[in-house]
Design a protein around this ligand. Structure first.
Ligand code: HSE
Length: 450
């Protein structure tokens, strides 16, 4: 009888690794592979051998023997002695072509490429399935923080209802600094760029595209449903002002760019889940007020954190470094060891799980709480009229406070949960009221139970 645990790969048979890209992450991946080769060999069962690194040009001194460097990534992927491919180039092409070539050739792939995964996981997973290769991507969401594997494996027997995270370090650095210093957005962005926290073109981070790609990946895993970047409602932080942070402070809150993936119960008039109806999935990225006592409010600087709420596990929180060469490389190496072990023992990673096929809930149907700040005329009946507009649109008020008086009178309204469309209609109606001089800010409020 054969021993089922017996490996299918010789102990001295090298497992060849190609690394595509040698930026911050690729450099650290190569360093760890070389510095810890003996430990990695013991953990895998066979030696992991670096066959080559694909770079854009050969001019820079990268401290590697020249024979390991190439500009021909396609040829490196195709080499017979390459068994595993690490893609840390970023962007859609050429990574998409290179990853598909590797998977089609039965070579397992480890990637940190959130933008590619957010749009093409289906295509990549299908290629992996056909050739029985593995596709691993822990590093694509929140750098070093293990959150992909817990969602795929540890929570495979539970029902996830919500994933809320701070998954972009650049914006968290900016918002934390604005909170601490009182400085405005533009000043703080400049400082973040000077310190290397923001890129020269910060659009992907500050406008929420990076977080939206990560939210799509998290939602797909949490709800066993294919979610792409186009399904994610997105607002960035570039319109957040120092006044918004002041308002937040007055409410004992701070402002965070949140990625929220939520199971939304079937809507009114639709069959309930028990009757065969379907929950829906809401995936959104926007800046929101978060109470200071909420665990995500304490996540400051460039750190990331993800809170997962599951029916049986309850609330889980994952916290750590969401970017940077070595932290991201740690996640890549974890995946690489898993992929190499699968080669050695003959196993496979779990494939894509999208059986639930839950529909995406439009942002208008998504319930949230709101904070609305209005500049108003200070005379009898104004508060009642403002409250009346909320009532007319079915938005229930939780608290209302007047600040200042005379020409400086402001009303600060916090609502109970209301759907976005009802709030939007309320705001439009408030804007048309003669007694409302201006609507200074409308901010969502997350992380409260009411
Ligand atoms: N630019 C991202 C951030 C890291 O600021 O968190 C890579 O996803």
């Amino acid at each position: 009888m054969t021993n089922p645990a017996q490996n299918t790969w010789g102990r001295d048979q090298p497992i060849g690794v190609a690394v595509l890209g040698m930026g911050n992450v690729g450099t650290e991946v190569v360093r760890i592979l070389r510095d810890h080769s003996e430990d990695l060999r013991s953990r895998v069962g066979a030696p992991l051998v670096l066959r080559g690194v694909a770079v854009r040009n050969l001019d820079n001194d990268r401290g590697l023997p020249p024979h390991l460097l190439t500009t021909d990534a396609d040829a490196l992927v195709a080499r017979e002695d390459v068994d595993l491919v690490v893609e840390v180039i970023g962007g859609i092409d050429p990574p998409r072509r290179l990853i598909l070539a590797a998977l089609n050739a039965g070579k397992s792939v480890v990637t940190a490429n959130k933008a590619l995964l957010a749009d093409y996981t289906g295509e990549l997973a299908a290629a992996a399935e056909r050739s029985r290769a593995d596709l691993y991507f822990e590093a694509a969401v929140a750098g070093a923080i293990p959150v992909v594997r817990p969602l795929i494996q540890s929570l495979a027997g539970d029902r996830v209802n919500r994933v809320v995270g701070i998954v972009n370090g650049t914006t968290n650095f900016i918002l934390s600094a604005m909170d601490e210093t009182g400085a405005d957005y533009e000043v703080t962005l400049k400082e973040a760029t000077r310190l290397g926290y923001a890129e020269a073109d910060p659009t992907a981070d500050v406008e929420g595209y990076d977080a939206a790609a990560k939210a799509a990946i998290l939602a797909s895993l949490a709800f066993h449903t294919r979610v792409t970047a186009a399904d994610v409602y997105r607002e960035g932080i570039s319109k957040i002002s120092s006044e918004d942070l002041e308002t937040a402070s007055a409410l004992n809150c701070t402002v965070k760019l949140l990625a929220i993936c939520e199971r939304v119960p079937a809507g009114p008039g639709e069959p309930s889940v028990a009757e065969g109806g379907k929950d829906r999935v809401s995936v959104r990225v926007y800046p929101a007020l978060v109470p200071r006592k909420h665990p995500l409010a304490a996540v400051s600087g460039a750190f990331n954190a993800v809170v997962v709420e599951a029916e049986n596990a309850g609330r889980l929180m994952f916290y750590g470094q969401g970017a940077g060469g070595a932290p991201t490389a740690s996640a890549v190496l974890g995946d690489l060891v898993m992929a190499a072990r699968n080669k050695f023992y003959g196993g496979r990673a779990p494939g894509e799980s999208v059986y639930a096929e839950l529909p995406i809930a439009p942002i208008g149907d998504t319930p949230t709480r709101y904070h609305v700040n209005l500049q108003v005329a200070d005379r009898p009946g104004v508060l009642a009229a403002v409250a009346g507009e909320f009532a007319k649109h079915g938005v229930s008020i939780s608290t209302v406070r007047q600040e200042g008086h005379g020409t400086g009178a402001r009303l600060v309204v916090v609502t109970h949960h209301a759907v976005e469309s009802a709030l939007a209609d309320t705001v439009t109606a408030l804007g048309e009221m003669e007694s409302v001089t201006s609507i200074t800010s409308v901010l969502r409020l997350e992380g409260t139970e009411e």
